[in-house]
Design a protein around this ligand. Structure first.
Ligand code: 5RP
Length: 221
């Protein structure tokens, strides 16, 4: 990663911490931007009431920075914010996620949160979602029929070699699709048997996106 992109991630992470108030219950996403967010939150000294992690990776980073990790099953009311990065985000704040293979738990924790705060650098902004291959977590025995289904839709599914999700499933990355209407696509793809989760986040799009640019952090709401 370029040094400048790392600086943008750190800047947007600090901006996200500034959106929070002490005592909040948070869902924590996964990825290099979220790693910066966890570090920024720790450095700020902000006290939160609960942190629910979307991956083992984020859980261990949270613990290493002194936060207690709460299982989602222990939560009795929706989390205040779900904070996560994205692989692509469009102007309506729909996203492609799952580059870090955590998409299923990310969708689940996001669904248990009142607001989704997306933190990205400007390279993630797109007009139409789909240049980034769509991550799809699949039940292993369904890899062949799910691949057929994506091929019939005009996509090119590629198995992500050597990757198994925290839930024990393989990932297909589907190239060559454009998601002009992410909401319709999300529902259509949900109907394919054997898919655990795909990476279109339109039903759970971001309520607020903070986008780090060379000239500062821009708010998309
Ligand atoms: C993980 C994700 C991440 O949010 C996405 O891949 C962005 O990661 P990064 O912040 O490292 O660019 O969806 O499953």
């Amino acid at each position: 990663m370029e040094k400048s992109q790392q600086l943008l991630k750190e800047a947007v992470a600090r901006a996200a911490v500034a959106e929070l108030v002490p005592g909040m219950m948070l869902g924590i996403g996964t990825g290099s931007t979220v790693d910066c967010f966890i570090d920024a939150m720790a450095d700020s000294g902000l006290r939160i009431t609960a942190a629910v992690a979307s991956s083992e990776r984020s859980a261990s980073r949270l613990r290493s920075r002194g936060f207690m990790v709460t299982p989602l099953s222990a939560i009795t009311q929706p989390l205040d914010f779900y904070v996560d990065g994205a692989d692509e985000i469009d102007s309506s704040r729909c996203m492609i996620k799952g580059g870090g293979a955590a998409l299923t738990r990310e969708k689940i924790v996001a669904s248990a949160s009142r607001r989704f705060l997306c933190i990205v650098d400007a390279s993630k902004q797109v007009k139409v979602l789909g240049a980034f291959p769509l991550p799809v977590e699949v039940i292993e025995m369904a890899l062949v029929p799910v691949s057929w289904a994506f091929s019939a839709l005009g996509g090119r599914p590629v198995l992500r070699e050597g990757v198994v999700t925290d839930n024990g499933h393989p990932i297909l990355d589907v190239h060559g699709l454009r998601f002009e209407n992410p909401l319709e696509w999300e529902d259509r793809l949900n109907a394919i048997a054997g898919i655990v989760t795909h990476g279109i986040f339109a039903r759970q799009k971001a309520d607020l996106a903070l986008v780090a640019t060379a000239s500062g952090v821009v708010r998309l709401a």
